[in-house]
Design a protein around this ligand. Structure first.
Ligand code: ATP
Ligand code: FE2
Length: 326
């Protein structure tokens, strides 16, 4: 079977074409602005403009035509309303025009599900870290439960905002990582675990304040920012692992590119006798293949959406979805 997946929750429009076993195409384009930040309308316009060329490219890469597609999947949420609506409208139009079934996919779940296509992963605890999202999720009782999440900004946004204050450009994550490699002195920053959840605004405010004081090396601040924020992510993931008694950890989302975060999480997983896995970056970042892959699994489990069920869900909760396909 073949699924087409359209991703467009935020600034990336992605088109993926997959079978149960492999990715046939995975193309994307990201709206980048000099300053970063959230631009719902611009994202929607970007997606509308690129839908046709990206679809054509994906079909060409896969060597198929729309007639070969068995199901059309799209990112139903969570995300930016205007961007979500463009993608849902496109998915509906394709489903109607080519008489295909349609399935709406939860973006956060798709990030974790796609790891199963690459690794020998069956039932992981997932740490999903991106610009806008930070969640620790795992299947329990037929749903992906959220074991911890950010109460304010995503870790990626926190890194981007800190980088902006340092004047080192956007996206900030990779630049902070580079700087941090040259740091070695730990400077105390507020810890980010709040009960079961996380909060990164305190670290950000304090790191910016210390930077502006002129008393610290930026390399040391970048290093300390990463150490403090990542330790919190590892702690919440470890708790979920202990609670669920699972033995696999996957790291997904754009921030999964970070080597120090990988190292810290791997150490924790191995100490607990759990397997640690990071899928290839093209499916860690926002992409259409993960939507196609999850949509295909849902469809094969008998899930089909009526057109009126395809309304977008800006605040789509991870634990809203009954997982009947694994
Ligand atoms: P979402 O809509 O899921 O929140 P997104 O629009 O933030 O996704 P992603 O590609 O998943 O898109 O993630 C981008 C984020 O990843 C940015 O905040 C960027 O700074 C961060 N990032 C990328 N590379 C690294 C890195 N090496 N270290 C830390 N952060 C990184
Ligand atoms: Fe994402």
């Amino acid at each position: 079977m073949i699924a087409l997946g359209i991703e467009g929750t935020a600034h990336t429009l992605g088109m993926g074409i997959v079978t149960e076993k492999e990715i046939l195409a995975n193309v994307f384009d990201t709206l980048t602005t000099e300053r970063g930040g959230i631009h719902p309308k611009e994202a929607a316009e970007h997606h509308a403009k690129l839908l046709k060329p990206l679809l054509e490219k994906a079909l060409k890469d896969a060597g198929i035509s729309m007639g070969d597609v068995d199901v059309v999947a799209f990112s139903q949420g969570p995300g930016l309303g205007p961007a979500l609506r463009v993608v849902a409208t496109a998915a509906r139009a394709l489903a109607l025009r080519y008489n295909k079934p349609i399935v709406g996919v939860n973006h956060c779940i798709a990030h974790v599900e796609i790891s199963k296509l690459f690794g020998d992963i069956k039932d992981p605890v997932g740490l999903y870290v991106s610009g806008g999202n930070t969640q620790v999720i795992a299947l329990e009782g037929g749903r992906y439960r959220v074991f911890g999440e950010t109460l304010d900004i995503g870790i990626g946004n926190a890194l981007d905002m800190f980088a902006r204050e340092l004047g080192i450009g956007f996206p900030g994550g990779p630049r902070i990582e580079e700087l941090a490699q040259k740091g070695n002195k730990y400077i105390e920053l507020p810890y980010a675990v709040k009960g079961m959840d996380l909060s990164f605004s305190g670290i950000l405010t304090e790191a910016v304040r210390k930077y502006k004081s002129g008393k610290y090396r930026v390399e040391d601040l970048a290093y300390s920012f990463q150490e403090t924020a990542f330790a919190a992510l590892v702690e919440v993931t470890e708790r979920a692992l202990a609670h669920t008694e699972k033995n696999e950890v996957v790291l997904v989302g754009g921030v999964a590119a970070n080597k120090r975060l990988r190292e810290m999480l791997k150490g924790m997983a191995e100490d607990r006798g759990a397997k640690f896995f990071v899928p290839p970056f093209e499916v860690c970042r926002d992409n259409g293949a993960m939507i196609a892959y999850t949509g295909l699994k849902m469809f094969k489990a008998g899930i089909k959406f009526k057109l009126e069920e395809t309304v977008v869900k800006q605040k789509f909760r991870t634990d809203e979805v009954e997982v009947t396909w694994t």
